[in-house]
Design a protein around this ligand. Sequence first.
Ligand SMILES: *Cc1c(COP(=O)(O)O)cnc(C)c1O
Length: 347
Amino acid sequence: MTPAINITAASQAIALDRFPRFNLCHMPTPIEPMPRLSEALGGPKIFVKRDDCTGLATGGNKTRKLEFLVGEALAQEADMLVTQGAVQSNHVRQTAAAACRVGLQCHAVLERRVPNVEAAYEETGNVFLDKLFGATLEFRPAGLDMNAEAEAVSAQFRVAGRRPYFIPGGGSNPTGALGYVACAQEIAEQCAQEEHDFQWLVMGTGSTGTQAGLVAGFKALDWPLPVMGVSVRQPRERQVGAVYRLAMMTAEKLGVGGATESDIIVDDGYVGEGYGIPAESTLEAIALVARTEGLLLDPVYSAKGMAGLIGLIRQGFFKPSDNVLFLHTGGATALFAYESDILNTVG
Ligand SMILES: *Cc1c(COP(=O)(O)O)cnc(C)c1O
């Protein structure tokens, strides 16, 4: 399916070295087989791309985006990073750590997006690490336009004489998405070197930068690996539209041909009750992957992505001969904010 490509020529065409970048990420992250999970599911051969091992403060997908975002912040001589996320945001934790690496302040606006949580939810997991990295935090109720809130906060800092660099939620803008264009290139290179032949890539999709960057990257490389985004928060149609818009803007930034809307594939069957609320399938995925492969997933993103992969296998979506690559986007730090949900279900 995935033809061998002339990586050097394709990479030169993308020319990511045009863009400011600060090295934060352990690369390449390994691609590993999951033989015991594949056997337990009786399905295709499953492999995992270990972006939970990007190396910054327990890792995760935001590190790749932050290489370009922090690079741009430094090029603009910012003196602080301002961003936003849900309370247990992995993006905010990685941004807070990246700010420490470059000696900038980090200020984050946190949305109380998940209803009915215990008091410890705002103290443990990612919030604990945000504080350890010295980030300053403020909270908002659910349902506001959080990028607008964080931009308003940035404007106040600017009035006070600071030079804030604003990073949207999840680091998902064309600059951040370049991190996943780079990852698409990395996967293509690994497939050539390690002789993998994948028919699908499956991942959890939220603020869209990861899927948009991968789709834009594979398109620019003319290397057609289909990407299945498993929505963690919103209905299929809205997620497809959002991923498509960012994929187009990313292609425009690169000056390459864009994807078509039919390249954006999303399954919304594993959201459950909503963002940050684990469904039964989420908790099953956490336990199954932990107990077959000794691998940690997170309850907000990667386990919903894995629940999608498990569900698609059970529906017979893949051929038994397929090789499927699961992108592990990280997030296990948030497990500590969900201990009782998990233990009540899996024992
Ligand atoms: C942010 C995040 C995602 C989703 O990536 P987007 O680029 O926001 O779509 C997936 N997994 C984890 C662990 C994340 O923190």
